[in-house]
Design a protein around this ligand. Structure first.
Ligand code: GUN
Length: 292
């Protein structure tokens, strides 16, 4: 069994990005600049956005954090998005999700210029992704692809089962794993809350990608011997064994499953760190463009 070390790979990618920024600077080109909008005081969102802004600093990007109270109107948020769309200084824009209930997230996502949409959530970019046209890929699915690529895990012809159909992870990763590319070329089954006999399906997976948000939901009786397990879940649970009083658990019962798997991502330190690196990579691409 091999542990897929997202923390290590993520550091390698950030080093590569820092080198690319250096090169841009030497050539007198623009330094990538990410703007992040955070609405309200959701603790997890604050942590994620702060981590994104810090990561920008670490690789030499510029960043701007824009914070609004929970009660900002949708109209005012749309006006801010429009202002950033027109700001030539800013290359990439993310609006951290979830947004408060009175704001329509789809309307906000659609308002972001597709050329600055480094989250890859705009319908135009989702469409390009589905058609295999180079564009910004959503960061978490892109991080999964990058882990698979850097560990040389073969995917062609394999049965990939995805658990969870969120717009941020499950839906895009199911498209990406089925595309005619590498990684990709899988036969994909996308499962969700209405799926009947989930265990019968997960047991046939060569590659199992779980993005459900239910701590330790997948147990060893639900997987095939030698399967590659990608765990996207992060749930904070209380623990009497840690100083902080809490710990993070994935959607997969790691200790139960690890010896039955061929590859497995830990939580924390698996997919999570890859997400930020892929956002940085998208921000770099917003300045340099896409190869091919
Ligand atoms: N909320 C959870 N994941 C993400 C993400 O990748 N981008 C944004 N904008 N919000 C999120």
């Amino acid at each position: 069994m091999t542990i897929l070390d997202g923390k290590k790979i993520s550091k390698e990618i950030q080093l590569e990005i820092a080198k690319a920024v250096n090169k841009l600077n030497l050539e007198g080109k623009k330094t990538p600049h990410l703007a992040a909008i955070l609405v309200g005081n959701n603790g997890a969102s604050q942590t994620y956005v702060n981590a994104k802004v810090t990561a920008c600093k670490n690789v030499g990007f510029k960043s701007t954090l824009i914070q609004f109270d929970n009660n900002i109107s949708e109209k005012d948020l749309l006006m801010k998005v429009d202002e950033i769309n027109r700001d030539k200084e800013i290359d990439g824009l993310i609006v951290q999700l979830p947004l408060p209930d009175h704001i329509n997230s789809i309307r906000i996502t659609e308002a972001i210029s597709p050329l600055k949409d480094v989250d890859g959530f705009h319908p135009i970019n989702i469409g390009k992704m589905a058609l295999n046209i180079p564009t910004f890929l959503p960061a978490t699915p892109a991080g999964i692809l990058e882990l698979i690529k850097r560990y040389n895990i073969s995917t062609s012809g394999k049965h990939c089962v995805v658990v969870g159909r969120s717009h941020i992870v499950g839906m895009p990763i199911s498209i990406l794993m089925s595309r005619n590319s590498n990684p990709g070329n899988c036969t994909v089954t996308l499962t969700h809350s209405r799926t009947v006999n989930l265990k019968n399906i997960t047991k046939t997976a060569d590659i199992l990608i779980v993005a459900l948000g239910k701590a330790e939901f997948i147990t060893s009786d639900m997987i095939k011997e030698g399967a590659c397990i990608i765990d996207v879940g992060i749930t904070r649970v209380s623990s009497k064994y840690t100083k902080s009083g809490w710990k993070l658990l994935g959607d997969v019962a790691f200790d139960d499953i690890k010896d039955k798997s061929s590859y497995i991502t830990p939580v924390p330190g698996g997919v999570g760190p890859m997400t930020i690196s892929m956002l940085l990579l998208n921000t770099l691409k917003s300045v340099t463009g896409f190869d091919s």
